[in-house]
Design a protein around this ligand. Structure first.
Ligand code: ATP
Length: 355
């Protein structure tokens, strides 16, 4: 029997609603495999700020470091802001403080009916965006502006060590997949991006078995819609990754279908790519699939044989549940609630065949 200690940070908006469904999926896994999950919850986010005055209470980061992995729902509320006008985003602080440099964002089409693109069948859109998460344009996020000034400036920072490690992550990942890495940049305009491209090419030269290419971010937006099947691993700067992740999610059914992992050398935090979706919070409309698939990604990252089997089991259960056109939340043009969708997937985990 293997036991994993998992910290759960449900957060704000739909975060708690989808986190409950991921926990349900993990409990169903326990019924099938010799695995146990010891789950402990922590209150972090805009709601915690309203209650206690700090969105990320002192000592929480140190506690998280004692767990095998962290599951995070979503954080931030539009009406709860810092004096500089930005939203509370403790998930970004967690990324920076635990040095979770690679935002690993799988984009996979589960059902033909979920994509707005014509002619794509299940599995034909299948790539991963690797988003650099410790610098880029987000490096300026704690800056400020003066209301009397005529301008405000943000800095896009690329450092050699951060660029090297995220590119290496992408090439290692491509080695386990179809062997192509695409750098998405704006090297024709910004010196920071020309620097990123230079480092990408240096790293690429250490992986002669992996194909590589460079695409400008504007063209990448076009190609992702025109020919998403040609991508395998995309590596990119923080802000570009943020924007392209949402575009890519739209290709497979929306934010409710896009899982993610924030991965560093030692720690991993797994959360859906989406935010707290205040427009649908509290209504039972959130699609829990992205969160459940994030739990599967966590199991893959944990990497022990039974954890890998558990991840495969969750993938199969999601696939089987979604094959039934009656199974879908409103974003997938279905009529199930968040909890009903979570139940269908948990039932599949309990009953579908083990590989
Ligand atoms: P953030 O900047 O924090 O990532 P965001 O501003 O990109 O957040 P989201 O909270 O991700 O916004 O929501 C974007 C859109 O996707 C909203 O219309 C929201 O309702 C929808 N959405 C997000 N997550 C889900 C989900 N799990 N199920 C259904 N719809 C969702």
């Amino acid at each position: 029997m293997t036991t994993f200690r998992i910290a759960a940070l449900p957060g704000d908006g739909i975060g708690p609603e989808v986190t409950v469904e991921a926990m349900k999926a993990l409990r169903a896994v326990e019924a099938r495999l010799p695995l146990r999950f010891e789950l402990e919850e922590f209150s972090v986010g805009a709601g915690e700020y309203l209650r206690g005055g700090d969105p990320l209470p002192t000592g929480v980061i140190e506690c998280l470091q004692r767990f095998d992995a962290v599951l995070l729902g979503a954080m931030g509320l539009p009406d709860v802001r810092w004096p500089n006008g930005t939203e509370m985003a403790p998930q970004l602080d967690i990324r920076e403080r635990l040095d979770l440099y690679a935002g690993h964002r799988p984009i996979r089409l589960y059902q033909e009916r979920h994509t707005p693109l014509k002619g794509y069948r299940a599995g034909e859109i299948d790539f991963v965006i690797v988003r650099e998460q410790t610098e880029g344009l987000f490096w300026s996020r704690k800056g400020t502006f003066s209301p009397d000034a005529n301008d405000a400036t943000d800095t896009l920072r690329i450092t050699r060590p951060a660029a090297e490690r995220v590119c290496r992550y992408a090439f290692e990942l491509a080695r386990k997949r179809r062997g192509l890495v695409t750098l998405v940049d704006k090297a024709n305009v910004l010196p920071s991006m020309a620097f990123f491209r230079m480092i990408f090419r240096e790293v690429a030269s250490a992986y002669p078995d992996i194909r590589s290419e460079c695409v400008y971010v504007d063209a990448a937006g076009l190609y992702l819609v025109q020919r998403p099947h040609t991508f395998d691993v995309i590596v990119t700067e923080n802000m570009f990754g943020d924007i392209l992740s949402d575009l890519a999610a739209a290709l497979i059914g929306g934010m409710g279908m896009a899982p993610s992992g924030d991965i560093g050398e030692r720690y991993g935090v797994f959360q859906p790519s989406h935010g707290s979706a205040p427009d649908i919070a509290g209504q039972g409309k959130a699609n829990p699939v992205a969160m459940i698939l994030s739990a599967a990604l966590m199991l893959e990252w944990l990497g022990r044989p039974d954890a890998l089997r558990a991840a495969a089991l969750i993938h199969r259960a999601v696939e089987t549940a979604l094959a039934d056109p009656g199974n879908g939340t409103p974003d997938l043009r279905g009529s199930l609630t968040t909890a009903e969708m979570g139940d269908r997937i948990a039932n599949e985990i309990r009953s579908c065949e083990l590989a």
